[in-house]
Design a protein around this ligand. Structure first.
Ligand SMILES: NC(=O)c1ccc[n+]([C@@H]2O[C@H](COP(=O)([O-])OP(=O)(O)OC[C@H]3O[C@@H](n4cnc5c(N)ncnc54)[C@H](O)[C@@H]3O)[C@@H](O)[C@H]2O)c1
Length: 349
């Protein structure tokens, strides 16, 4: 029998009762692909190398892929994360073993940009307070003129980062007729010009924004990029939004400016500590809208992540370079190139 391209799914793609964790992840295109065999692993965290000996690719949910997860046989070609975070993966171990680590920017781009728009509209529209007023019936209605919203036309939308998600935010925001500014030291200037975004210094983004949103990665350079000093530059009527990673923001400093009403409010999908301590003061503030790192979780986000992973894995099966490779250096390594040639011979390009 001809050899198969074997794909493992981490055990956490199934619940304890055997049902799928995320039913929106459509496995039919993988199951139906010629020459492919797929199997769920037993739950193990981190995944053990011996579990992956007979596999060519792994689709990975939340379990860790550590050094000891690398199978010794050398057959595993790709680890495809379901999402774009990869702090659960030992990237160096992947690179050393010639394994491509793949993420799914195509799956999250629109859903996270929509989350930012959701925060923008809910904050400026005073949606949370208006919901509360309505539930208070006559007493609430009597106070409604105390809670004017903020119109968006001509206001300045700023983003820290105009990569995959930041750029999509500006595409979505186009019909709102705002001014667009962004700070991104590695910005694609052509893209910025195409989208009508003025590139500005970090301080100017804080100073000029009516709405400031964070869409950069968490790195040693961006940890606490949003700190007391920079928050102090913001206008009192401005809103702050973070859907990127909690530790980019000094949350104590943000809590303080919100408590002292030095800015108008914030929308946070991510916190420095997740889940937060129950007595975290940020949970008590009425000028912040919070989400449990899941505002972008929709049927389409999960379907999109799944489809991107399936596509990446099938690309590898046919000896094609997949999209979304994190450890790009692996793509020029002899071990990876030999593998691709072999797969092309086996399954056709
Ligand atoms: N809330 C969620 O569920 C969720 C889901 C997906 C992604 N994210 C997060 O969103 C963030 C952005 O994701 P993406 O797909 O757009 O990433 P990306 O890599 O495509 O874009 C990030 C951009 O940030 C820029 N950047 C790097 N350092 C910077 C700095 N010091 N200041 C300003 N910009 C800087 C980069 O040049 C790049 O253009 C990431 O932190 C990611 O983890 C969150």
């Amino acid at each position: 029998m001809a050899a198969k391209f074997r794909v493992a799914l981490s055990g956490d793609f199934k619940k304890a009762d055997g049902s799928p964790t995320y039913p929106d992840f459509d496995l039919k295109p993988l199951k139906g692909a010629p020459g492919v065999e797929m199997e769920f692993l037993e739950s193990a965290n981190p995944i053990r190398g011996e579990q992956l000996e007979d596999f060519d690719a792994l689709i990975l949910l939340a379990h860790r892929f550590a050094k000891e997860s690398v199978p010794l046989g050398g057959r595993l070609a790709a680890v495809a994360r379901f999402g774009v975070g990869y702090d659960t993966v030992d990237v160096d171990a992947c690179t050393e073993a010639g394994i491509a680590l793949v993420i799914t920017p195509d799956g999250v781009r629109r859903p996270v940009a929509v989350s930012i728009m959701t925060f923008i509209l809910a904050l400026t529209g005073k949606m949370m307070i208006k919901d509360k007023l309505t539930r208070e019936a006559a007493g609430g209605f009597a106070r409604r003129s105390d809670h004017m919203g903020v119109g968006l036309v001509g206001r300045t939308l700023a983003s820290l980062g105009i990569g995959n998600i930041g750029a999509e935010l500006f595409r979505l925001a186009k019909p709102f007729e705002m001014k667009f500014i962004a700070h991104d030291p590695y910005a694609d200037k052509k893209l910025a010009a195409e989208l009508g975004i003025e590139l500005v210094s970090l301080e100017d983004a804080f100073r000029r924004a009516d709405i400031l949103s964070v869409s950069c990665p968490l790195t040693s350079e961006t940890r606490h990029l949003v700190n007391a000093e920079r928050l102090a530059l913001m206008k009192p009527a401005a809103f702050f939004i973070n859907t990127a990673r909690g530790p980019i923001v000094d949350q104590k400093a943000l809590t303080k400016v919100l408590q002292e009403r030095k800015i108008a409010g914030a929308g946070l999908d991510v916190l420095e500590k997740e889940p937060p301590d129950p007595d975290d003061p940020i949970l008590t503030l009425d000028n912040v809208i919070l989400a449990p790192h899941a505002l972008c979780w929709t049927d389409q986000c999960f379907a999109g992540n799944g489809a991107a992973d399936v596509k990446a894995v099938l690309d590898v099966q046919h000896g094609r370079e997949p999209r979304g490779v994190v450890n790009k250096v692996v793509l020029s390594s002899p071990i990876w190139q030999r593998r691709l040639v072999k797969l092309r011979e086996q399954f056709g390009a």
